[in-house]
Design a protein around this ligand. Structure first.
Ligand SMILES: [Zn+2]
Ligand SMILES: [Zn+2]
Length: 85
């Protein structure tokens, strides 16, 4: 298991399925791509639409192509933050 990245911050989360442990596979809210209270990932950083994520469950780190630019309006749909939805 990797240690949690020092950049991991519970105030910056993203709802993306973890490709390693797939813990959200059978979850209702996750299946509907809603913001689930149990299955979220630390958002370590982002470059445009590329998200750098870490799973709090298995500590897997990966990059996810979100498919859109990180504009303010679309961004709030993926990640929670001070600006919120
Ligand atoms: Zn995981
Ligand atoms: Zn879930």
């Amino acid at each position: 298991m990797l240690p949690l990245d020092p950049q991991a911050d519970i105030g910056r989360r993203a709802w993306v399925p973890c490709p390693r442990c797939e813990d959200s596979r059978d979850c209702g809210p996750c299946g509907e791509r809603r913001t689930c209270s149990r299955h979220w990932r630390y958002l370590l950083s982002n470059k445009g639409s590329l998200l750098h994520l870490q799973c709090p469950g298995c500590t897997h780190v990966w990059t996810h192509e979100s498919g859109f630019g990180a504009t303010r309006s679309t961004w709030s749909r993926v990640a929670g933050g001070p600006e919120g939805p």
